[in-house]
Design a protein around this ligand. Structure first.
Ligand code: UDP
Length: 497
């Protein structure tokens, strides 16, 4: 993409981006910042010192390229809110019981952001795009009389389902957590017999601990001027109109925003530094035939207990396909022993510990399938790479994303998981999916036979559409133009009021 922004009509604009402090939100927000900056808009992106350290290579490259993006590392008071020192990202929470502490600590970003925006050296803001996890951003928008758009990091289908469940409360009339539930207000009756309350985001469960958060978030969402979505019109036909009707808000699909990463460093260092050398990973992939490798990754937060890890590894080995397996953390001698017994010098698999260069891996022609936890960024990145997906949803809205992938887009195979997995310190040591089920599902998704071919063909067609959507004149390109214009119109109205 061209970095020259000198002649842009938007040169005097300043947008403020406030991502939720989680990898799945920070990463697409940086991409959105770059898309806006390519239109000549100055962007201030709120972050914290520990998060800035992770994204430093990206921030440095942006700085060198002279794109007008300012990274704002605002102080994050972890210890004051009962969090471990340096815990500034939701993926570092030692226990789920600290979610409320983390949420409250985020509110402390408000004052330093306010101070920065009041500083005469800071250009006046024109618009805020803030994550739904930061309802306090509404106060900033009010203070500076600028429009505020909400970003969830979800696709349109999931936002629509959540909105409709909030309105119709269908989940409340289901007698038990395991009883089937039909998602309300959708144009087609999607086969959702396996979905139950347990598979819905936490706010729809009977004993959900985040009521206080939900109330604030909902109020703030209702006061927002619109919804920004990392997806594209052609992928989710019909849902945008329904969402606008249900929510009463305008929405803009401006993605897949990951397409802005097209240099090899951008792809290899997206979101964090990796321990694996870029060349080692690339050489391994180069040695494989096209479409042969299964990539296995559960996002920034998905993890398993020792038994499921060993079961997963055994299933992958039994499938007899080459694979890359990303393991976030192990901390268990039994698993370490098992890994060293089963994986040493095996050229058919590559294990990546910690952060993987996912964008780089998915863009390689050798990768032919993606076993994913259905975090929306990962699922969409898989779609952009034209890959059939093997779906293993874990928590949050991921079961809804699975429905989109399997039943609307028809580009996936389910691994068969029916209940959510815990995260942080609450991960259990149980086996949810057996090695036989894993091996069979991998074989199915990688199969060359008729049905697999259909999935692969559809996935490749969607990838083409995704690319076109982001090109100049494509739907997402045009939607971003519309969003910028709407923000300016909204600001004019607010200034008159
Ligand atoms: N990601 C990555 N390397 C990893 C794990 C994740 O680059 O080892 C990136 C992935 O490409 C995606 C984001 O982190 O952009 C994860 O977001 P997603 O919505 O898929 O899942 P979450 O982490 O929010 O559950």
């Amino acid at each position: 993409m061209d970095n020259s922004v000198a002649s842009s009509p938007h040169q005097n604009l300043h947008f403020v981006l406030v991502p939720w402090l989680a990898q799945g939100h920070i990463i697409p927000m940086i991409d959105i910042a770059r898309l806006l900056a390519h239109r000549g808009i100055t962007v201030s992106l709120v972050t914290t010192p520990a998060n800035l350290t992770r994204i430093k290579p990206t921030a440095d490259r942006i700085h060198e390229s002279k794109l007008p993006i300012r990274f704002l590392p605002l102080p994050f008071p972890s210890t004051e809110f009962g969090l471990p020192a340096g815990c500034e990202n939701i993926d570092s929470l030692p226990s789920k019981s600290l979610v409320l502490n983390f949420y409250n600590a985020c509110k402390a970003l408000k004052q330093p952001l306010m101070d920065y925006l009041r500083d005469p050296k800071t250009p006046s803001p024109n618009c805020i795009i803030s994550d739904f996890g930061h309802p306090w951003a509404a106060d900033i928008a009010r203070e500076f009389s600028v429009p505020r758009f909400v970003f969830h990091g979800f696709n349109c289908f999931a936002i629509l389902c959540i909105e409709n469940l909030t309105i119709y409360k269908t989940h409340e009339s289901v007698p038990s957590d395991t009883e089937p539930l039909v998602l309300p207000g959708l144009p087609q009756r999607i086969e959702i017999s396996r979905i139950s309350r347990l598979q819905l985001p936490r706010q729809f469960q009977v004993s959900q601990p985040y009521e206080e958060i939900q109330k604030e978030v909902r109020e703030s969402e209702m006061g927002a001027d619109g919804i920004v979505i990392n997806s594209f019109d052609e992928l989710e036909v019909g849902y945008k109109g329904l969402l606008e009707k249900s929510s009463g808000k305008k929405s803009w699909m401006i993605g897949p925003v990951s397409f802005i990463n097209n240099g090899s460093k951008d792809l290899a260092e997206r979101g964090n530094r990796t321990l694996i050398e870029e060349t080692k990973c690339k050489n391994w992939l180069d040695s494989m035939t096209p479409d042969s490798v299964v990539y296995v990754c559960f996002g920034s937060m998905g993890s398993f207990g020792p038994s499921q890890l060993i079961e997963l590894g055994s299933g992958l080995l039994a499938s007899n396909k080459p694979f890359i397996w990303v393991i976030k953390s192990i901390q268990n001698p039994e698993v370490e022993d098992w890994l060293s017994e089963n994986f040493s010098d095996d050229s058919k698999c590559l294990i990546i510990r910690g952060w993987a260069p996912q964008a780089m891996i998915l863009s390689h022609a050798a990768v032919g399938g993606f076993l994913t936890h259905c975090g929306w960024n990962s699922a969409l990145e898989g779609i952009c790479a034209g890959l059939p997906l093997l779906t293993w949803p874990m928590f949050a809205e991921q079961f809804l994303n699975e429905k989109l992938v399997l039943e609307v887009l028809k580009i996936g195979v389910s691994i068969g998981v029916k209940t959510p997995t815990e995260w942080a310190g609450e991960v259990k040591d149980d086996v949810v999916v057996s090695r036989e089920e894993i091996a069979k599902a991998v074989e199915t998704v990688m199969d060359e036979a008729e049905e697999a071919g259909g999935r692969r063909r559809r996935a490749k067609e969607l990838a083409e559409m995704a690319k076109r959507a982001m090109e100049e004149g494509g739907s997402s390109y045009v939607n971003l133009t519309g969003l910028i214009q709407y923000a300016l119109d909204c600001q004019s109205v607010k200034n008159v009021m």
